[in-house]
Design a protein around this ligand. Structure first.
Ligand SMILES: [Zn+2]
Length: 120
């Protein structure tokens, strides 16, 4: 990542860390960690015997949305964690497909980008 200077790397690291933090917040709201430490959609609240069937349907629908959102958030979180690791290893900003340097403009737009635009 010789195409990035220290100031730029610091700037991108800050972006990654703050996005990682808000993702963590959103995951906490939307989902819960299972026993294996993996995020899952928040489970349906316990239903009383007299619960309204409409509420049950709403809850199931909400769970489906949460599961999809949580999966997406988790994927994004993985990209960010990997990007931060790559900064530490000195391999950040290099396209995973073709090993080209990813331009700073692209990294500013998406600091967790894994590939250059040609390989996106
Ligand atoms: Zn590439």
């Amino acid at each position: 990542m010789e195409h990035l200077n220290e100031t730029e790397i610091q700037e991108l690291r800050d972006m990654l860390e703050s996005e990682g933090y808000s993702l963590e917040q959103e995951l906490t709201e939307r989902g819960k960690k299972d026993a294996a430490g993996e995020w899952t959609g928040a489970s349906i609240p316990e239903q009383g015997e007299e619960s309204d069937p409409n509420d049950v349907a709403d809850n199931i629908e909400e769970l489906a949305v949460n599961v999809a959102v949580v999966e997406e958030l988790e994927q994004r979180q993985r990209d960010i964690v990997d990007a931060l690791e790559k900064i530490d290893e000195g391999t950040y900003g290099i396209c995973e497909e073709g090993n080209e340097e990813i331009p700073i403009e692209r990294l500013r737009a998406n600091p967790a980008a894994r590939t250059c635009i040609a390989h996106a």
